[in-house]
Design a binder for this molecule. Structure first.
Ligand code: AMP
Length: 444
């Protein structure tokens, strides 16, 4: 199948071809005709599946189709609204809109927090056909009456599960109330919880269901590896692995902002150029770090989960879980950054005795045991007892507003040391049965 089979305009096909895409991805094959047909869709797709083009291309086509354009007086209205959870994702989506729409006359705008609102107000005085926004700043504009959503024809909720995780549900509901009743709704989510289902039920009208990856599935092209190690030796092991394998582009996840800073400093001191991105960093610092990382001038990017959400780096070869996430689904999101769009990648997890139950929870979710290998010289000390994991959620990025109505994540109850095999990497069945698991979805 090629992109020309969808009936997209020549100008769009030209731009897509220039991006180097020849064959539509599975989500694109399903989403593009469905969106062009004008109905609502509910799509299960992770980052890396090509979902952005899956909704952007048909939106561009629909909006540029002059036969459907309504004559309007006064300032041209915002016609498509794409809501995303993070600033980074907003930047990437808006960039895609510009890339795919470069031969069209449609205008797009990014609207995110962390930067001055005044240039955005000025920009809104000109034509904005497609608005890509994070919920918080969008509502700021609504409050200041600098934005009207009364003529939005198409709404996209991208990474809806993450928006709910970040506590944006009330903001989303406020925004929905400002939209005209007659519109097309496209909802994308990597995972399907009861909450997402409830949101979809209230929002979508007879949606076409599109699911390209199994629920909570991880990309098949990703090689997983667990390296058991003592908690205090993780930094040394990471530096050792990076140097030994000569990894040149590594995305490392930590649980906390403080941990991200400390690790980036440690690696840099060990001649591995690294920067941390998280919500305490200014938007400029985050954007710069990401740009350096993408172009290959920065070897390691250390990120917290929310800061990293939506980072789009094609063919990112290595993702390291310096600490396992508290919530098993975040493992899927994290490694969604590697093995993307057909390329191969590896996901390495440095796991200490405190994290045995988290590992078991992840293995249950991805429905497989992750291979484990002790690195010579970094053998875990069996006398070290498990300690409770400090919950890093309280220190999530401020800029992404994760604290708004922050759902309570299950705290890990790891105070009991694993007795039989202190490192727990033989997966004792006693641990399996008590693995943290969120019943009924995303824990609210
Ligand atoms: P997304 O899931 O939208 O974040 O896209 C993941 C990556 O796949 C991005 O780097 C896109 O540029 C790339 N991509 C999207 N569609 C295609 C395609 N049909 N062929 C090759 N690469 C693609």
């Amino acid at each position: 199948m090629s992109f020309s089979t969808f009936g997209l305009s020549d100008k769009i096909i030209r731009a897509v071809t220039e991006c180097g895409y020849t064959v539509p991805t599975p989500i694109q094959s399903q989403a593009i005709p469905a969106v062009l047909a004008g109905g609502d869709i509910l799509a299960g797709a992770q980052t890396g599946t090509g979902k952005t083009a899956g909704f952007t291309l048909p939106i561009l086509h629909r909006l540029s189709d002059t036969s459907t354009k309504k004559p309007s007086s006064g300032r041209p209205p915002v016609r498509a609204l794409i809501l995303v959870p993070t600033r980074e994702l907003a930047a990437q989506v808006e960039e895609s809109v510009r890339d795919y729409g470069k031969y069209l006359t449609l205008n797009s705008m990014i609207m995110i927090g962390g930067v001055s609102i005044n240039p955005q107000i000025a920009r809104l005085k000109n034509r904005v056909d497609i608005l890509v926004a994070t919920p918080g700043r969008l509502l700021d504009h609504i409050q200041q009456k600098t934005l009207s959503l009364s003529q939005v024809e198409i709404l996209v909720l991208d990474e809806a599960d993450r928006m709910l995780d970040m506590g944006f549900i009330r903001d989303i509901k406020k925004i929905l109330a400002l939209l005209p009743k007659q519109r097309q709704n496209l909802l994308f989510s990597a995972t399907f919880s009861d909450e997402i289902q409830a949101l979809a039920d209230g929002l979508l009208n007879k949606p076409v269901l599109i699911e390209v990856a199994r629920r909570n599935a991880v990309a098949d092209k990703v090689t997983h590896m667990v390296h058991p190690v003592d908690r205090k030796r993780k930094s040394d092991l990471l530096a050792h692995l990076i140097k030994q394998h000569r990894w040149s582009q590594v995305l490392v996840f930590t649980r906390t902002k403080h941990g991200a800073n400390k690790l980036a400093e440690f690696l840099t001191k060990n001649d591995i150029p690294s920067l941390a991105i998280h919500g305490n960093k200014s938007q400029t610092a985050r954007t710069n770090a990401l740009a350096k990382f993408k172009t290959g001038t920065l070897q390691v990017l250390v990120a917290t989960d929310i800061a990293a959400r939506g980072i789009d780096i094609s063919e990112l070869p290595h993702v390291v879980n310096f600490e396992l996430p508290n919530v098993a689904e975040d493992y899927v999101h994290r490694i969604g950054r590697t093995g993307r769009a057909g390329s191969e990648g590896d996901a390495v997890s440095l796991v200490c005795v405190d994290e045995v139950k988290l590992l078991t929870g992840i293995e249950r979710l991805v429905k497989r045991d992750l291979p484990s290998q002790v690195i010579a010289g970094f053998e875990p000390d069996p006398s070290i007892k498990a300690e409770p994991i400090k919950n890093g959620r309280g220190s999530e990025p401020r800029g992404a507003k994760p604290t708004r109505n922050q759902p309570k994540k299950p705290t890990s109850k790891l105070s009991k040391p694993a007795t039989k095999k202190p490192t727990g990497f033989a997966h004792p069945t006693t641990n399996r049965s008590s693995a943290p698991r969120r019943a009924g979805g995303r824990g609210r």
